[in-house]
Design a protein around this ligand. Structure first.
Ligand code: NAP
Length: 294
């Protein structure tokens, strides 16, 4: 039987309905949740991500302001802007859209974001809290993957999750999230990377397989066990003369072949992507709610 298609768009839409209600409840208490975004330069992908974040914020009732800095901004100018947004009580969340110009150290800039306002969950203090299982803003893509699994009836609890990719924004924090002794986690996790010998031997053991490699069709049907749940985080541009843009987006998995074998699979686009933006909105609302707790 063909796999169930897990629509990130649909799961994200239902979470956004919940967020609208939470934002409305905050407003009744005199708090408008706020998100400050710093965008440097005109990189088309970054501009389109920031636009999606601003649109999503408006949709759920978050006040959003983007500070657009010129492409030749210095590290010092960016850090000064971060500091200004940190101090501004209108913003419960602050994020710096990556990548930054090549002369700017992104880790240094992220370290200046106030950990309480770090709605991307990239600050080292929050990375440490995540690993220790302490409350903190969760990195948006891993949080989105977890929510998509749980809300689609495929909780990772007790399952063997194999993650292909060990980046600081996807693979490592997802592993840290799913190994916690908590509801919606409590999984056994294997992380694979380019140093892994015989990748297929590992992927074939997955109850849940997460591909976060940035390599089109790196996961083929023969690497997937019958009945596996496949989450494709990858977003890759491949040339497509039939598309007006000259390219189309594909994931890291051979979607058409794997869907004949897997229990469930996420599409690209329309899978993890919409979840990532939605979890950013969730983190912003949660940061605003925390201000009520004092
Ligand atoms: P990244 O920093 O380039 O990391 C890729 C990881 O995959 C690395 O750990 C690399 O191993 C591993 N890898 C690459 N090719 C491999 C192979 N053939 N076999 C085994 N491991 C392999 O990428 P990222 O930032 O994590 O992003 C991964 C993908 O997800 C990209 O396509 C990105 O665009 C997408 N993404 C999507 C969203 C979303 O919201 N949908 C969010 C974030 C990222 P090494 O460490 O050994 O090099």
């Amino acid at each position: 039987m063909p796999a169930k298609i897990i629509s990130g768009k649909e799961v994200a839409a239902s979470i956004r309905e919940e967020l609208k209600e939470r934002a409305a409840r905050l407003k009744e208490k005199g708090i408008v949740p706020g998100l400050g975004v710093i965008l440097v330069g005109e990189d088309p992908a970054s501009v389109s991500y920031v636009t999606a974040k601003a649109k999503g914020a408006e949709e759920v009732g978050i006040f959003e302001e983007t500070v657009h800095l010129p492409a030749d901004s210095s590290e010092e100018e960016i850090i000064k802007t971060v500091d200004r947004l940190n101090q501004d009580p209108r913003f419960h969340g602050v994020l710096v859209q990556l990548p930054l110009p090549k002369w700017v150290n992104p880790d240094k800039v992220i370290n200046f974001i106030s950990p309480e306002k770090d709605v991307d969950g990239f600050h080292p203090i929050n990375v440490g809290k995540l690993l220790r299982g302490e409350p903190c803003p969760l990195p948006c893509t891993p949080y989105g993957v977890q929510q998509m699994l749980v809300r689609s009836g495929y909780s990772p609890e007790g399952k063997h999750v194999v993650i292909c990719g060990r980046s600081n924004i996807v693979g490592k924090p997802l592993a840290a999230l799913l190994i916690q002794k908590k509801p919606g986690a409590n999984a056994t996790v294997t992380i694979c990377h380019t140093g892994t010998r015989d990748l297929k031997r590992h992927t074939l053991q997955a109850d849940i397989l997460v591909a976060a490699m940035g390599a089109p069709k790196a996961i083929t049907a023969d690497m997937v066990r019958e009945g596996c749940v496949v989450i494709d985080v990858g977003v890759n541009r491949v040339p497509d003369p039939n598309s007006p843009k000259g390219f189309r987006l594909v994931g890291d998995c051979d979607f058409e072949a794997i869907k004949e074998k897997a229990e469930a699979i996420t599409p690209v686009p329309g899978g993890v992507g919409p979840m990532t933006v939605t979890m950013l909105l969730m983190n912003t609302i949660e940061a605003a709610e925390r201000t009520l707790q004092g």
